[in-house]
Design a protein around this ligand. Structure first.
Ligand code: ZN
Length: 501
């Protein structure tokens, strides 16, 4: 008799191959594919994903999981995790009827076209029926999956396994109460000048500069590459082929620079997974929140710090002398850390960003619970923007229509961005204890110990531990907002020379 665990791995491996092949096609679609390829490409990706799904949800795999669980002697934690995670995915996938999967996919295709037009025309009413349909289908999906507290739990669980809506709200509510007055106080301060960021910057030179930095971080170009796309993303075809994309604004350097550092943080996570997990469902980051903790750690905690720029500003001056000759470290550091309440989430600074997320979380939770109606969204959006950030969009294009997520049917996704910000500081605090001279290392452009620590404590595990467990193992604590708030207060009271509430 073959070992049922080996048998299980043999069944799962080609399913992983199919999913990764679909990722290759979708990466190509976002980077190099000519527009004409769109229709055929959509079919090809759907075929691969459907095939992977069909091979996954069979009765045979269920029986094999049972046999593998019985054969487990309790000694091998990795095999136990494989069985546990696969069973979780399997149970979830089996609960969603095929008719609902195809209804959702069809509604998403229509909604995305409608959303693009609606946003361009600033016409929320044109998008509203599509959003209504997607909310209904998501509620149906939540009911099919099941939940203990509220239907939003079942949706959140897809992106942030192990966390409930109540967990998120219990962290967000006090955070918002503390953060709104901080933003208020900073919004009264004069904005540091950043005119030197708005020269002309050759995109190729920007790319070369960014690639030098992420090579120093430890991103391995032998096992990855960076290309350009309209919206930056990271995708993994295997642990040894993890791709980044970025985009460059010729007239605003921080846009491409920090998106490169951000995506590299995602890429380092995927490249750091234990090779033994390859071709299993464990070979990816454990949750979107944990993933975002990695990208934000490199982008903000490292990339927007003073020690970091004490090392890289001279190289930046060499690369772009016309912009940065005579710009001091202090002026540069202040310019990359401007705090300004603004309308658009993706352009928000690290202080205001979480408020954009909380607003979306509250609205989509209400939509799923039935306490918020789609028609009320534009007005609620404006009211919350005013209350949290003190700015109000004049158009829905700059308000409720700005994000792609809802049109993709992704409800329950938004909170993971803020969860990642909070986790990043909890992890960084732990790192500072483990590496007391971390700032000096960063100021030397030496990230070896930092990356080594992340590999050892986070990356290598892939999905072996759920994010809340992993965070607790590493920091001794559950998710908390207090460390992030302390980081923000310390950094920005010094930067703006103001005492913060
Ligand atoms: Zn990200």
């Amino acid at each position: 008799m073959p070992d049922p665990i080996d048998e299980l791995k043999d069944v799962l491996a080609p399913i992983e191959d199919l999913k990764h092949a679909a990722e290759v096609l979708s990466w190509d679609q976002e980077t190099f594919m000519p527009d004409g390829g769109a229709e055929a490409r959509a079919r090809q990706i759907a075929t691969l994903r459907t095939t992977a799904h069909e091979r996954f949800v069979t009765d045979k795999l269920g029986a094999l999981l049972d046999r593998a669980a019985d054969a487990l002697d309790g000694a091998d934690a990795e095999d136990a995790a494989l069985i546990h995670v696969t069973r979780r995915d399997y149970t979830r996938a089996r609960k969603i009827p095929a008719s609902l999967v195809s209804a959702l996919s069809e509604a998403c295709s229509r909604a995305q076209v409608a959303w693009q037009k609606a946003r361009a025309a600033d016409d929320f009413d044109a998008f509203a029926p599509h959003l209504q349909r997607l909310v209904e289908l998501n509620v149906e999906k939540a009911e099919a999956i099941g939940y203990e507290g509220e239907p939003y739990d079942a949706l959140l669980d897809e992106y942030e396994p192990g966390m409930t809506t109540a967990d998120v709200a219990s962290v967000f509510d006090p955070l918002r109460a503390d953060l709104v007055p901080i933003v208020d106080a900073l919004a009264d301060q004069p904005l540091p000048p950043d005119d030197f960021m708005r020269h002309g910057f050759d995109p190729d030179a920007q790319q070369a500069f960014g690639e030098q930095i992420i090579t120093d971080f430890g991103y391995d170009f032998e096992r990855g590459r960076q290309d350009r796309s309209a919206h930056p993303f990271t995708t993994s075809f295997s642990i040894d082929d993890v791709r980044l994309t970025t985009r460059f604004d010729e007239h605003f350097l921080p846009s491409g620079l920090f998106s490169t550092l951000h995506e590299a943080g995602h890429g380092l996570y995927e490249q750091g997974i234990d090779p033994a997990l390859e071709r299993t469902p464990l070979a990816e980051g454990t949750s979107l929140g944990m993933h975002e903790s990695q990208s934000r750690l490199w982008e903000n905690l490292v990339g927007r710090s003073r020690p970091f720029w004490s090392h890289y500003l001279p190289a930046l001056r060499d690369a772009f002398p016309a912009a940065f000759d005579g710009v001091s470290l202090d002026a540069f550091y202040r310019a990359i850390n401007r705090v300004e309440p603004s309308l658009i989430r993706v352009e928000a600074d690290e202080v205001t960003y979480n408020l954009h997320i909380m607003l979306r979380f509250e609205l989509e939770r209400g939509l799923v619970q039935g306490t918020v109606s789609v028609d009320d969204l534009p007005a609620l959006w404006r009211a919350k923007m005013d209350e949290y950030l003190g700015v109000v969009p004049e158009t829905d294009a700059e308000g409720v229509l700005q994000d792609v997520h809802w049109s993709m049917g992704a409800i329950g996704y938004f909170p993971t961005y803020a969860l990642g910000n909070l986790m990043s500081v909890q992890l960084f605090d732990q790192l500072r204890t483990a590496l007391p001279d971390l700032d000096a290392q960063i100021a030397d452009g030496d990230f070896g110990a930092l990356l080594g620590w992340l590999r050892e404590h986070i990356h290598r595990y892939g999905r072996r531990h759920q994010a809340p467990d992993l965070l607790e193992r590493v920091t001794g604590d559950a998710l908390q907002a207090a460390p992030w708030l302390r980081y923000i207060r310390d950094k920005y009271s010094a930067l703006y020379d103001v005492s913060l509430p």
